[in-house]
Design a protein. Structure first.
Lengths: 247, 318
C-alpha cells in the first residue's frame, strides 16, 4: 500500500536519508531497526510530512503524497505515534483521545462514531478508562504509551507509524503493547511500520524488517531471516561475536 | 456544559444588578473599564493561555481599533457601527497577514517580534499627526446610536459594553470547550504531536491570533466611542504588559479568570492612586509573585492553596 522510492531528506547540511527505498504491503507489520541516528525516525517523519522530502517519492496506493501537509496525511489514514509518546500532559486522557479524532469532527460520520471508537479504545486499554478524567501527565510511562497509541487509533488509520513504543518501559508492559498491535492487525488489518531499538522484540512480531545504518538501508528481509542473520545478531541483538562464531 | 451555562448566567445576572447597587457614576465608569479590559484579557488569553503564543503588542491592536473607528467616523463621517465592523475586519486581516511570518517564531523570539509590532503601532499613533492627532490625541469621536438611543451616559455605555463583553465571554467559553479549544491546548503542549494528530498548527495559530486581534479592535472601537477622546498613551507597551498581568493573575487558559484579572487590575489602580506612575512597578511585583506562588492564576490557584493548607491544619490537631 505504501511505497517509498529513493527519498532523500536533509537537516540543514546533514544528509539524513540517502536514497531510502522500502515498501509496505496491506496488513503487514514491518520494522525498521538500526542504531541511533540511522534515520529511522526521519523516515517516519518524512511519511507524516513533518520533515520535508528533498528528492524521491512516497506513494500511497500509487499516489504521491510527499508534498502534502501533515494534516492531509492524517486524513488519508496515516497516523503516527511520535517518539517519546508526546501525550498532551495538561489535558485529560479523554481530551487526548478526542484530539486523535480531530479531523473526523468535520466529516459526515458524526459524533456518535467517535464516541463509539472512544469506547473501543477503552476496551483495548481498560486502564485508560479508569483514568479517563485524569491529566495525561500523571499517567505512568506505560499508560502514556497506551494513550499515545489509542490517540493515534482514534483517527482510524489504515497505516500506523510507531516510533519506539517500548522506550523506557518495563518488559511486561512492552509485551502488553506489542500484543495490542498484533491484535489490531489481526482484527482490523491495520498496516504497521514499527521503529524499534528493541530489535529482538520487534523482529519477533514483524513480518519483515529493514536494517538502517547512517541513512541507508543496508539489509532487508523477512523477520525470520534477519533474526538469523549473523551481522544483525552481533550488532543489534546483543549477541557476542564469539557466541555467534562458535555456534 | 450545564455548569458552564450556570456560571455564565450568574455572571450575566451580576452584571445586570451591579449598577443598581452602586451610587454615583464614578463606580459605573470604573466598571465600564472593567468590561473593556475583560474583552481584551479574554482575547489575549485565547492566544496566550490556550494556544500558548505570547503577544507583547496587543495594546497596539486595541489602539488600531480605536483609531480606525475614530478616523472613519470623525474624519470621514461614516456610521460608527459600520466603522466598528470595518475596523475589526481590517485589524483581523492585518493580524492574519502579520501572523504568518511572526508566529513561526517561538518563545523569546515571538515575544520580541510582537513587542516590536506594538512599538511600531505606538509610533504610528504618535507620529501620524495628520491622521491621528499625534500626542495631543484625537477628540470629538461620536457616540454609538441605535435608532433614537444615543449611548451618551455612563449607564447606557455600561449596558452596551457589558453586552459586548458577555458575548465575548460566551463565545470564548464555547470556543475553549470545542475541538478547536482542545487543539489549541494541544499546540500549547506539543506542536509536533498536535500536527501528527492532523491539527494544522500553523494556520490555527494565525487564525486565533487574528481572532484575538479582532476582538481587541472591537474593544478599541467601543473605547473610542464611549470616551469620545483617545490618545497614544492608552495604547503603549505598558498597557500590553498590564493586559498580560490580567491574564496571568486570573489564570492562563481560564476565561473567567481573565474577567477576575481584569477586574482586579482595573480596581487596583483606583485604590493605588497615591503611587501614580509607579503602578507599573506594582504590576511587575504582582507578576513575579503570581508566577512564583500561584502559577495557575487565582481561579485555579486559590482552591489548590486551600487544599494545601487544610492537611496542615489536620496535622496540627493530631
Amino acid at each position: 500500500m505504501l511505497k517509498i522510492v529513493n527519498i532523500n531528506t536533509y537537516y540543514g547540511q546533514i544528509h539524513a536519508l540517502k536514497n531510502i527505498t522500502l515498501h509496505l504491503g496491506e496488513g503487514e507489520i514491518v520494522t525498521l531497526i538500526g542504531a541511533n541516528g540511522a534515520g529511522k525516525t526521519t523516515i517516519l517523519n518524512s511519511i507524516s510530512a513533518l520533515t520535508p522530502v528533498k528528492k524521491g517519492e512516497i506513494l500511497l496506493d500509487g499516489t504521491p503524497i510527499q508534498d502534502l501537509p501533515p494534516s492531509h496525511i492524517v486524513s488519508l489514514g496515516i497516523s503516527q505515534v511520535p517518539e517519546g509518546r508526546q501525550v498532551f500532559k495538561p489535558l485529560s486522557v479523554e481530551d487526548n483521545l478526542e484530539l486523535g479524532a480531530y479531523l473526523r469532527y468535520r466529516g459526515r460520520e458524526g459524533r456518535g462514531a467517535i464516541r463509539q471508537d472512544l469506547e473501543e479504545i477503552f476496551t483495548l486499554f481498560p486502564r485508560l478508562k479508569e483514568r479517563r478524567r485524569q491529566m495525561a501527565g500523571t499517567l505512568s510511562g506505560g499508560e502514556q504509551q497506551m494513550l499515545a497509541i489509542g490517540r493515534a487509533l482514534m483517527a482510524r488509520p489504515r497505516l500506523l507509524l510507531l516510533d519506539e513504543p517500548s522506550m523506557g518501559l518495563a518488559p511486561l508492559v512492552v509485551q502488553e503493547i506489542f500484543g495490542v498491535i498484533e491484535n489490531l492487525r489481526r482484527e482490523k488489518g491495520t498496516t504497521v511500520l514499527l521503529v524499534e531499538q528493541n530489535a529482538k522484540a520487534a523482529l519477533k512480531m514483524a513480518d519483515r524488517g529493514y536494517v538502517l545504518e547512517t541513512g541507508k538501508v543496508i539489509l532487508e528481509g523477512s523477520a525470520a531471516e534477519l533474526l538469523e542473520n549473523k551481522d544483525v545478531q552481533r550488532a543489534y541483538l546483543g549477541r557476542d561475536k564469539k557466541e555467534v562464531w562458535e555456534r | 456544559m450545564k455548569r458552564e451555562l450556570l456560571k455564565f448566567l450568574i455572571l450575566a445576572i451580576l452584571v445586570a444588578i451591579l449598577p443598581t447597587l452602586l451610587s454615583g457614576s464614578y463606580l459605573v465608569n470604573v466598571l465600564i473599564f472593567v468590561g473593556i479590559h475583560t474583552m481584551l484579557a479574554v482575547a489575549l488569553n485565547l492566544l496566550l493561555g490556550f494556544a500558548g503564543q505570547i503577544s507583547l503588542g496587543h495594546a497596539g491592536f486595541f489602539g488600531l481599533g480605536a483609531y480606525a473607528s475614530a478616523i472613519l467616523t470623525t474624519t470621514y463621517g461614516i456610521n460608527p457601527w459600520i466603522a466598528m465592523v470595518a475596523a475589526a475586519v481590517a485589524v483581523s486581516l492585518l493580524a492574519f497577514a502579520i501572523g504568518f511570518p511572526i508566529l513561526k517564531l517561538k518563545g523569546h523570539y515571538l515575544a520580541m517580534a510582537t513587542l516590536g509590532l506594538g512599538i511600531i503601532f505606538f509610533i504610528v499613533f504618535n507620529e501620524a499627526v495628520e491622521l491621528t492627532g499625534g500626542p495631543s490625541g484625537f477628540s470629538g469621536i461620536p457616540n454609538l446610536k441605535i435608532g433614537s438611543i444615543t449611548f451618551d451616559n455612563d449607564l447606557k455605555n455600561y449596558g452596551l459594553i457589558w453586552l459586548f463583553t458577555l458575548v465575548t465571554v460566551l463565545l470564548s467559553v464555547n470556543l475553549a470547550n470545542s475541538r478547536i479549544g482542545r487543539a489549541l491546548r494541544a499546540i500549547h503542549d506539543s506542536e509536533v504531536a498536535a500536527r501528527v494528530m492532523g491539527v494544522n498548527a500553523r494556520l490555527l495559530k494565525v487564525q486565533i491570533f487574528a481572532l484575538s486581534a479582532g476582538i481587541s479592535a472591537i474593544a478599541g472601537s467601543l473605547y473610542a466611542h464611549t470616551m469620545g477622546f483617545i490618545s497614544p498613551t492608552s495604547f503603549g507597551f505598558n498597557f500590553s504588559i498590564e493586559l498580560i498581568t490580567m491574564v496571568i493573575i486570573g489564570g492562563l487558559g481560564s476565561i473567567y479568570g481573565s474577567l477576575i484579572g481584569a477586574f482586579i487590575l482595573t480596581i487596583l489602580p483606583e485604590a493605588l492612586r497615591t503611587f501614580q506612575d509607579y503602578d507599573i512597578i506594582i504590576y511587575g511585583i504582582i507578576l513575579i509573585l503570581m508566577t512564583m506562588f500561584l502559577p495557575g492564576g487565582l481561579v485555579r490557584g486559590i482552591p489548590g492553596l486551600l487544599a494545601r493548607l487544610r492537611p496542615a491544619d489536620k496535622q496540627e490537631e493530631g
